[in-house]
Ligand binder design. Structure first.
Ligand SMILES: Nc1ncnc2c1ncn2[C@@H]1O[C@H](COP(=O)(O)OP(=O)(O)O)[C@@H](O)[C@H]1O
Ligand SMILES: [Mg+2]
Length: 223
């Protein structure tokens, strides 16, 4: 796995939206690369334990390898909306990635164009983190459009793309069409998993490792 100038390796897990499987894929990638997990911005804590606790439960990793969010909000809203309600301000100049020698798997919130404050979006946080991006695509009608828009936004900002994960029951020939227009990226497919047992998770993690070790972060720009 290629390291950045600070010796850091890992992935930024984003997706075509909320509920598409970013947390599950983050847990799998953390297992696959024996990494640490970090969700810098967590909203919706009034309704849920949050993704950090979910990943700790899914992976069985100790708490020190599932780093606490930098900002946490109760409202299940975009970070900017949730922060405004409490008078807080998400300040990306405060972002410093957790210190770890392991690969760091960072999970975003929602998709790329989610507002974090009056001037910045999730994609700006990705640019700051400088880790290759995995785009989790929730399968189903509409996913081609969401995936291609997301890839275009990443490329416009010259952000490195590690690949795509099609998550859920495959829908038509969507994966093929996304790669046709979106470029020949590494692409994994995770089926609907009725039981998230340790064995199932390990099997899927091993598949992701195979697909994303080889060509990880080779793409930086595309026309
Ligand atoms: N491939 C899958 N098989 C079974 N359940 C899944 C799968 N992907 C996601 N889920 C479930 O769907 C819900 C939303 O997934 P999650 O990873 O939390 O999405 P996100 O982080 O994008 O909001 C969770 O309950 C998760 O366990
Ligand atoms: Mg999540």
């Amino acid at each position: 796995m290629k390291a950045d100038e600070n010796g850091r390796t890992g992935f930024f897990i984003t997706g075509t939206g909320t509920g598409v499987g970013k947390t599950l894929v983050s847990a799998l990638m953390t297992l696959a690369f024996d990494g640490d997990y970090w969700k810098p911005l967590q909203t919706g804590l009034a309704e849920d334990v949050g993704d950090t606790a979910d990943v700790a439960a899914l992976t069985g990793l100790p708490p020190e390898r599932c780093h606490a969010p930098l900002y946490q909000f109760d409202a299940l809203l975009s970070p900017w909306s949730a922060a405004r309600r409490t008078g807080a301000h998400v300040d990306l100049t405060r972002i410093s990635l957790p210190a770890t020698k392991r690969p760091l798997v960072i999970e975003g919130a929602g998709g790329l164009m989610v507002p974090l404050n009056a001037g910045q979006l999730m994609i700006d946080l990705i640019a700051i983190c400088q880790l290759p991006v995995i785009l989790v695509v929730g399968t189903g009608l509409g996913s081609i459009n969401h995936a291609l828009l997301s890839l275009e936004a990443l490329r416009r900002r010259k952000l490195p793309i590690a690949g795509i994960v099609m998550n859920g029951t495959p829908h038509a020939d969507d994966a093929e069409l996304i790669l046709h227009f979106g470029g020949a990226l590494p692409c994994a497919a995770i089926p609907h998993l009725p039981d998230l047992t340790e064995e199932t998770l390990r099997t899927q993690a091993a598949r992701l490792r195979e697909i994303f070790s080889a060509r990880q972060d080779t793409e930086t720009t595309r026309p």
